[in-house]
Design a protein around this ligand. Sequence first.
Ligand SMILES: NC(=O)c1ccc[n+]([C@@H]2O[C@H](COP(=O)([O-])OP(=O)(O)OC[C@H]3O[C@@H](n4cnc5c(N)ncnc54)[C@H](OP(=O)(O)O)[C@@H]3O)[C@@H](O)[C@H]2O)c1
Length: 264
Amino acid sequence: MTGNRPLALVTGASSGIGADLARELARHGHDLVLSARRVEPMRALAEELKALGATSTVIAADLSKPGAAATLVQAIESRGLVLDVLINNAGLGAGGPFHDSDPLRVSEMLYVNVVALTELTRALLPGMVQRRRGRVMFVASTAGFQPGPSMAVYGASKAFVLSLGEAISYELRGTGVTLTTLCPGATHTEFAEVAKTGTSVLFDSPLASVMSSAEVARQGYRALAAGKRLHITGFINKVVAASGRFSPHAISLPVTSAILKPGK
Ligand SMILES: NC(=O)c1ccc[n+]([C@@H]2O[C@H](COP(=O)([O-])OP(=O)(O)OC[C@H]3O[C@@H](n4cnc5c(N)ncnc54)[C@H](OP(=O)(O)O)[C@@H]3O)[C@@H](O)[C@H]2O)c1
């Protein structure tokens, strides 16, 4: 808590869903710790959030580096800040076949999407359980419900996040702390440009159903506040997730490949 306001850490707060989750949290009475690599957009966001009554602390962190999660936790604790909410949102994807992928990008995805999220949660959850107060969010993806040819590492990383999130959420029953795994589908952010997947059927076709990051954040905050275990954004994404979860892979592999493959 800072004053009377609960305090929330949002990773990946410099753009997209993370920035909009920070806006939702500020609107609902939270102060913020904003973290990502790019400081300028976070400073601008911190200024914007002042108008909502929120005090924000900006902490730069590159979560693709080993030990980055521990350094971030130390930076928070050394300021005397105690977190009520942890939003593990930072993440990135990469399109194209695995055998052609940039090995550095593969490592970056594993560190940011999987290692940092796990280590941050492991470091911050015990204090929340001890205080019997806390809300945690994992931002996974509908990509986590089935293997994702053309985004194989990304899909596997989000399957990890989904599995870890649901398991921890179950373990936390009765502790006063909840963990919500949020699964957006295609969303208008910088994600597609970073992943070089903006020309795929998922993002760029008459079939594409791309949600705004503000709507994802609005739904995400509601699910977090309600302590829901899992929230998939929107009806179409719920159908996609259910078919990914229950279809035989002989069917879901070619369908997912066609949807995720970067176009010409
Ligand atoms: N957009 C979609 O279609 C979609 C769909 C499902 C799930 N998601 C998930 O939603 C989450 C947010 O993504 P987004 O769509 O909002 O994309 P985005 O606009 O590209 O935002 C990604 C955020 O992650 C941060 N980040 C990336 N690499 C980082 C690193 N090495 N260290 C620290 N922070 C890093 C970025 O900040 P810096 O670059 O400043 O470091 C940025 O703030 C991700 O976990 C993504 O997988 C997105």
